[in-house]
Design a protein around this ligand. Structure first.
Ligand SMILES: Nc1ncnc2c1ncn2[C@@H]1O[C@H](COP(=O)(O)OP(=O)(O)OP(=O)(O)O)[C@@H](O)[C@H]1O
Length: 775
């Protein structure tokens, strides 16, 4: 830790609390002394490779013993000590440089890591968006393609239906044509038949005519035969007459008559034959007439048929004409459909081309993606490597930090000073001035960063610079504050007496720092965090044979009276008890009648803290809604035994939230509040007197002037490792109080109280047996 230590002899004022003395207020300066120390120093000479050689050297350095020429060669020992401190400082500077290098390297690595992360995130984002676009395009194309394929299917189905219909129509047409041809043929046949029938009719008419003629001739022949029969009868009569005559000539004529009778019979037979023939001819004529009638009927029927067929033919011709039109229409439709089919085919081809190109671009994108995945994997590997390096760097930084703290602690132990941490609270909404301005500034020069604080009045005037072991700004969280004190807490388990107290004006954040709000995660202050750490570490140590007994007590000093905050009876009613503070020869402090509670885990302590907070004297003041009107002391006594090594340790952890100093002129307190304020200011003033006496190395230190200073005697007198938080309100109205507090803290910081003692039988420090939680 590179910080300017107070220059002895410089004027310090402790304001209301402390009187003027030598001190810690400084002008800002970066000390070149450290560099000078390094020059010629064996450790610093390592330069760039100090990191590799330093830890073992440091261990050697830490193990170094001061040996004088003789037992009483204090001067020699002192010189060695000074030399040793110089080396340690040089070592710390080397570690700080190493630390700075590691921090830079860490920052670089973090930056690289961030860059890689960002570029990777960008690439991934780009790829993702590209992939999204392509995938959405592909999905669109696929859906379009699917739509078109569906349409194509529909069109094909339509086309097939149309082709089927066309085929059917063509078949129907063919059938129609066939029918037409058949009909034509049958018409022709019928026409031929008609012609034949007409010819037959003509023939039959001819036959009829000829038969009529034949009939007429037969009738004429009959008439002739009848005329011949009458002429034959006349002949007979004449013959008769002649018979007579002839009878006379009968014999003659009889012969002649028999001849004539036979001739008549023959004629009669021939006539009969002719009649039969006539009848037959008449029958023939009738039959022919009937036949003619049938033929003419047939002809009529055929003519009707022909007419019907010609009508049917005409109708069919009309119908076939119509179906031809339909066929034509269907053909046209088919042509149109074929056209749309071919255009759909073309469209599909175009879409297929598009799909192909989209698939190609998708493939390309996939290739790009896989390429980028490979790149991503490379980035990942780089990232992992960087992270590994980062982890290593962080480890180095942590190791360096641990070693730095160890060295720093060793120096402080050797110096025998009270350590002082300054904490500035943020401006609060209820700070008196609405537009209150901070009067606090922090030096930015690297060797003072985190250690320096400047106070300057808003109205101008001189700057007041102070440096402490650590300065926490308003933004610093509880956990970061605790990181800085965790080593000190650990010392309690090592058998040291550890005392931490918070000092500052009322409302400056003492209770916030010491107790905080343990119920809210991350808001717990030093007390809950220290106890949690102690319990955790003691549990971890049980694996190495350690068993611990821990006892907690809590008291408050209110109006110079001690009150037991863990007493069963209410604090105000147990007046009979006399709480007397005693210190034994080993520097152990006890308070008679004080309740001691065995605790084994944080939960139990948490309940105790809750109980104590109910009993504590708290009131509303003009400066703080919840002002602590007493000094509150939490004590944890730790006794540890290691059965395997027979080691014993007895540590004490004192955590004190002091009441806040306040100016009566500002607080305007009256009545009980006035009495409280006066008691608080008196005890704080006694604390200032004690500090002044120690700082001035006076033979008498007035510890007994107040209960507080008497209780804190072992802590202030060099028996314990002591740390003081000086809490500051940054508002301009609190300038004077802040200046007083800082001056007092600087004085405390300059006090040499001696080297703390460890109460243990033997063996290494417990904290060396296990690693501390990472800071
Ligand atoms: N570092 C901080 N961050 C945020 N708030 C803080 C901080 N320090 C103090 N406060 C707030 O400031 C107020 C006063 O703080 P706190 O009660 O701790 O002061 P105090 O010094 O204990 O006062 P008193 O002496 O009167 O008891 C509280 O509301 C507290 O929450």
């Amino acid at each position: 830790m590179a910080r300017g230590y107070p220059v002895p002899g410089q004027a310090v004022q402790v304001g209301d609390v402390a009187t003027a003395g030598g001190g810690g207020e400084q002008q800002p300066s970066s000390s070149p002394a450290g560099k000078a120390l390094l020059q010629g120093d064996a450790l610093a000479a390592g330069g760039g490779d100090a990191a590799s050689t330093l830890p073992s050297d440091v261990e050697a350095l830490l193990g170094m013993k001061m040996v004088g020429k003789t037992k009483f060669d204090f001067k020699g020992k002192c010189e060695q000590m000074m030399d040793y401190i110089k080396k340690l400082r040089a070592c710390i500077r080397a570690f700080q440089e190493l630390d700075a290098t590691h921090t830079c390297e860490k920052k670089d690595l973090m930056k690289q890591l961030e860059d890689v992360k960002q570029s990777r995130a960008e690439t991934e984002e780009e790829m993702r968006s590209k992939q999204d676009v392509l995938e959405s395009g592909l999905v669109e194309l696929k859906s379009l393609c699917a739509g078109l394929e569906e349409r194509l299917k529909d069109a094909e189905a339509q086309k097939e239906a149309l082709l089927l219909a066309r085929e059917k129509d063509a078949e129907a047409l063919q059938a129609g044509e066939k029918d037409q041809a058949n009909l034509q043929h049958s018409i022709e046949t019928l026409q031929a038949e008609l012609v034949t029938s007409a010819q037959q009719v003509g023939l039959l008419q001819d036959v009829n005519k000829r038969l009529q003629e034949y009939n007429t001739s037969l009738q004429q022949y009959n008439t002739k035969l009848q005329s011949e029969a009458s002429s034959a009868a006349e002949v007979i009569s004449r013959t008769q007459k002649e018979k007579v005559a002839i009878m006379e000539n009968l014999s003659t004529i009889r012969g002649h008559s028999t001849a004539l009778s036979s001739q008549l019979d023959t004629a009669k037979a021939s006539l009969q034959e002719k009649l039969v023939q006539n009848k037959l001819l008449m029958d023939d004529a009738d039959r022919l007439r009937v036949e003619l009638q049938r033929i003419s009927d047939d002809r009529d029927q055929r003519a009707t048929q022909v007419q019907a067929l010609s009508a049917e033919n005409t109708m069919y011709k009309e119908w076939s004409g119509k179906s031809m039109a339909e066929v034509e229409l269907l053909g046209k439709k088919a042509v149109v459909l074929e056209e749309s089919y071919s255009s759909a085919n073309e469209h599909i081809a175009v879409l297929r081309q598009q799909l192909d190109s989209a698939q190609q671009s998708l493939q390309f994108a996939r290739a790009q993606l896989s390429h980028q995945k490979v790149e991503g994997a490379e980035h990942q590997a780089q990232y992992a490597e960087l992270q590994e390096r980062l982890v290593k760097a962080e480890q180095k930084v942590q190791e360096g930090e641990l070693l730095r703290r160890k060295l720093h602690n060793t120096i402080l132990e050797l110096k025998g000073n009270i350590r002082v941490f300054c904490r500035v609270r943020p401006l609060l909404p209820n700070d008196e001035e609405k537009e209150s301005m901070s009067v606090v500034q922090y030096p930015t020069s690297t060797d003072l960063q985190g250690d320096g604080i400047e106070l300057l009045q808003t109205t101008g005037g001189p700057r007041h610079f102070f440096s402490f072991d650590k300065v926490f700004g308003p933004e610093v969280k509880q956990e970061h504050v605790f990181v800085e004190i965790s080593q000190l807490v650990q010392s309690a388990l090592d058998g040291y007496k550890v005392c931490m107290f918070a000092y500052g004006q009322t409302g400056s954040g003492k209770t916030h720092t010491m107790l905080g709000n343990p119920e809210v995660p991350g808001e717990g202050g030093v007390i809950p965090r220290s106890l949690e750490q102690v319990f955790q570490s003691s549990q971890a140590l049980s694996a190495q044979g350690w068993s611990f007994r821990m006892q907690a007590s809590m008291l408050e000093i209110y109006n110079e009276t001690i009150r037991d905050l863990l007493a069963k009876a209410p604090v105000n009613t147990e007046s009979s008890k006399q709480y007397v503070v005693k210190h034994d020869q080993n520097g152990n402090t006890s308070v008679s009648d004080l309740t001691l509670v065995d605790v084994t885990q944080w939960k139990e302590v948490s309940n105790l803290l809750h109980q104590a907070s109910q009993s504590r004297s708290v009131g509303k003041t003009a400066m703080n809604e919840q002002s602590s009107r007493s000094h509150c002391v939490f004590t944890l006594r730790i006794s540890g035994v290691n059965e395997s090594t027979e080691q014993q340790v007895h540590g004490v952890l004192n955590l004190i939230d002091l009441a806040g100093s306040e100016r009566l002129s500002r607080s305007g307190a009256t009545g009980d509040r006035l009495k409280e304020t006066q008691a608080i200011n008196k005890s704080l003033s006694s604390l200032g007197d004690v500090i002044m006496a120690i700082a001035n190395k006076e033979p008498h230190v007035p510890y007994r002037n107040s209960k507080l200073t008497y209780l804190l005697q072992p802590c202030l007198g060099g028996e314990s490792k002591t740390l003081m938080f000086v809490n500051i309100s940054p508002d301009s109205k609190s300038f004077n109080e802040s200046l007083c507090s800082l001056r007092f803290a600087a004085k405390v910081n300059a006090c040499e109280i001696g080297i703390p003692r460890r109460q243990t039988a033997q063996g290494p420090r417990i904290s060396e047996l296990y690693s501390l939680p990472p800071s």
